[in-house]
Design a protein around this ligand. Structure first.
Ligand code: KIV
Ligand code: ZN
Length: 509
């Protein structure tokens, strides 16, 4: 019998607060549903008090998710705890996650509090939270730079007050595996009450040791690991969920532990997050990088052809990588399209199905073969679609190496067509400027990337656009066999997200 490790995913809280990773309400819901599909034990949906938008998204996630615990973060204040509880009160399995810093440097400079007052406040607020909710997690922020004896005193008190999970974070990614192991064993020795609750760790990746430290913690008795999909998070990120899960699955002989995660959902979660945030993983990223299962060297290929285990320690199928099989064509009907989407793991609303199918028909008409990866790209884009305030009607671009590019763009808004002409530095710049003229919002293009979904000369172009409005960043994606069209779709998608968030904010106030 293996020791069961709980996976606490904080992609929607610690991950989402990192630069370039913000998500709108629909995107958070879609990501939360994917986490539930993977059978994540706890989903930290956000920090309810931080803004009305955050409160709303924690509340909606809490009301949508049934099979995972939904947690909201709160500082040790009544206002934070009330907001957290207000957001998760309707969850099937709610958890309040409250925290206060315990290291000398944080207590002195950040909190400006005496250690005794920190202990008192932590205990009082866990008691307060416990009146609302049975499931309470307490975190000692910057635990790894705290005194073990002081931590033991805090933990003893909050466990008596009702905390059911104690989290010991490496907030600044400072510790190293051997040291962390010894540290945790020491704290456990000083606080025997820890044996009666879940011990959690939350490791940041500043020295690239987030996963290694989490694994060391399991050997030291941790029963819950906090992590994020693709390792996104503050600064260098958090420990990557897929790496922890696959390390435990592949090296059961060492750790004797397993998780309840459906590993075949890993790839989809990774891709969904990248599509939503526009933040790609590096090609050589463990488990989910494009090259993670690619064997390039001839000598390796030779070995793998004879026996996969020569160079493969886990199968690509175990993380949900499917072969690039040809699937649908231009004669395929909606029924076949829906069942293919279902086979790939997407439950689409009727509206999203209609939109995705319409785009599929256009693409199938232009492309000789349509692969699973094309369908996945199309469908996952529609599944997180915001209302299409603006839609493309048509474009004409005149471009060449000896002329200034000119774009004529026609967009539809509420059954009206709006047309603008703009010149620019190349066809895409001209098109983007014409869109800006139509929309009438001041925005700045921050990033633009173009990739192909599959190989081959008729491959789908997958365009990513990042724009900023004020200090907020929005990403948009577009798919087409024509790269200019893909880019225009991506820009319009980003614009629609700006407009969606503006209305979302207005509704939340
Ligand atoms: O890094 C950290 O310490 C945190 C806590 C709030 C758990 O994110
Ligand atoms: Zn953190």
């Amino acid at each position: 019998m293996y020791k069961q490790i709980k996976i606490f995913d904080t992609t929607l809280r610690d991950g989402e607060q990192s630069p370039g990773c913000s998500m709108n309400l629909r995107e958070k819901i879609e990501m939360a549903k994917q986490l539930e599909r993977m059978k994540v034990d706890v989903i930290e949906a956000g920090f309810a008090i931080s803004s009305p938008g955050d409160f709303q998204s924690v509340k909606t996630v809490a009301e949508t998710i049934k099979d995972s615990i939904v947690a909201s973060l709160a500082r040790t204040t009544t206002a934070d705890i009330d907001a957290a509880w207000g957001a998760i009160v309707n969850a099937a399995q709610p958890r309040i996650h409250t925290f206060i810093a315990t290291s000398p440097i944080h207590m002195q400079y950040k909190l400006n509090m005496k250690p005794d007052d920190v202990v008192e406040q932590a205990i009082a607020m866990v008691k307060y939270a416990k009146k609302h909710c049975a499931d309470i997690e307490f975190s000692a922020e910057d635990a790894t730079r705290s005194e073990p004896a002081f931590l033991a005193r805090v933990f003893e008190g909050v466990i008596k007050a009702g905390a059911t999970t104690i989290n010991i974070p490496d907030t600044v990614g400072y510790t190293v595996p051997d040291e962390f192991y010894a540290f945790l064993m020491k704290v456990r020795e000083l606080c025997p009450a820890l044996d009666n609750v879940d011990i959690s760790v939350h490791c940041h990746n500043d020295l690239g040791l987030g996963v290694a430290n989490s694994l060391a913690a399991i050997r030291a008795g941790a029963t819950q690991i906090e992590c994020t999909v693709n390792g996104i998070g503050e600064r260098a990120g958090n420990a990557a969920m897929e790496e922890i899960v696959m390390a435990l699955a592949t090296r059961r002989d060492v750790y004797g532990a397993s998780t309840g995660i459906v590993t075949t959902e890993i790839m989809r979660a990774s891709k969904l997050l990248s599509r939503i945030t526009g933040v790609k993983v590096q090609p050589n990223k463990a488990i989910v990088g494009e090259n993670a299962f690619a064997h390039e060297a001839g000598i390796h290929q030779h070995g793998v052809l004879k026996n996969k285990e020569t160079y493969e320690i886990m199968t690509p199928e175990s993380v949900g990588l499917t072969t690039n099989n040809m699937v649908l064509g231009k004669h395929s009907g909606k029924h076949a399209f829906r069942s293919k989407a279902k086979e790939l793991g997407f439950e689409l609303t009727d509206e999203a199905l209609e939109q995705a199918f319409a785009r599929f028909k256009i693409i199938a008409d232009k492309k000789k073969v349509v692969y699973d990866r094309d369908i996945e790209a199309l469908v996952s884009k529609e599944s997180v679609q915001v209302p299409k305030t603006f839609q493309m009607d048509s474009f004409v671009i005149n471009s060449g190496n000896k002329i200034t590019s000119t774009a004529v763009l026609k967009l539809m808004k509420d059954d009206k067509t709006i047309e603008k002409v703009s010149r620019g530095d190349g066809p895409i710049d001209a098109a983007f400027k014409a869109i800006e003229k139509i929309v009438g919002i001041e925005m700045k293009l921050e990033d633009f990337q173009l990739n192909s979904v599959t190989e081959g000369e008729d491959a789908l172009g997958d365009a990513l656009v990042k724009i900023s409005v004020g200090n907020k960043m929005y990403s948009g994606r577009g798919l087409s066999t024509d790269i200019v069209e893909a880019s225009i779709h991506a820009y319009i998608n980003a614009v629609n997200k700006v407009l969606y968030e503006t209305t979302e904010k207005e509704q939340a106030v």
